[in-house]
Design a protein around this ligand. Sequence first.
Ligand SMILES: [Zn+2]
Ligand SMILES: [Zn+2]
Length: 333
Amino acid sequence: MTGQAAVLHGPKDVRIEQLAPAPLPPGHVRIALEATGLCGSDLHYYADGRNGPNVVTAPLVLGHEGSGKVIEGPDELVGRRVAIEPAVSCGGCRPCRTGRYNLCLNGTCLGSPPTHGTLRGDVVMPVRNVHPVPTLGAGAAALVEPLAVGTWAVRRAGIGLGDRVLITGAGPIGQLAAVAARLAGASWIGLIDTAQARLASADGLADEYFAEPPDAVNADVLVECSGAPEAFAELGMLRPGARIALVGTPARRALSTGFLVHAQRYELDVLGCFRYGPGAFASAAALAGSGRVDLERLITASYPLTEAATALHTALTDRTQLKTLVLSSGATV
Ligand SMILES: [Zn+2]
Ligand SMILES: [Zn+2]
């Protein structure tokens, strides 16, 4: 165990420092961190010191896609490799009490200010936030988190047997949404991205690949994972009565009146998706653990924690990277 951490002090200013160990309250575990997957939100904080409305006002450790081994806590967990569900809900607010804990009004999330994330040696989390994944390597275990985003989108959109599913955005989330949709029984999956390299990296996950929105493919569901305005412009590719799962954070100018007119006329159901709701993270851990999902195919680079700044910089500037990992305390992928 080490208190070493990669601390963001301002835009593009990451320093390796020592953090004092956190206390271990009842009902919690201490995890020696192994791997962290870098995600778009980490890169926004790194580049600009903010991610949408969330602003870094004090030094912050980034990272929310984390895995590690439990080193303190209940006997049945100590020594086990776990995927870490990074959002901690209060349990008492109305969303929590109505079973929608991902919408908690008082929640925290690793790597979102003011809560330190996983680019460090160890972390303390509630027992309910750790999911044992004994069959996975450290890298795959870290990527259970983005898989959970995909499984939640599939649940929210009610994707089931025979559905035709169109996915906009072929980054890690779009690719994992495709994997989850396939497992849920989709009969056809179309993947759209303007970057050919991204489409190529998704080879085998979809039935058809598009560099621009197709005219009419009669999709039952659109899973929007890009946030790009173009993704909201052409809804003629959906069948009347289709569902739209909004997973990517939409660009400010994304939601045109054309979108609303189309949604009204054709009774489109628009479903917001925020992180992962009840059961989705556990499902993702179970699916990954079963060996039916290849998460390691997403990993394109890995760096030790001491080189976290290089990892963040590379992930930000090299668009050929899919998923960059940071490895804590001598761990391997
Ligand atoms: Zn993420
Ligand atoms: Zn709550």
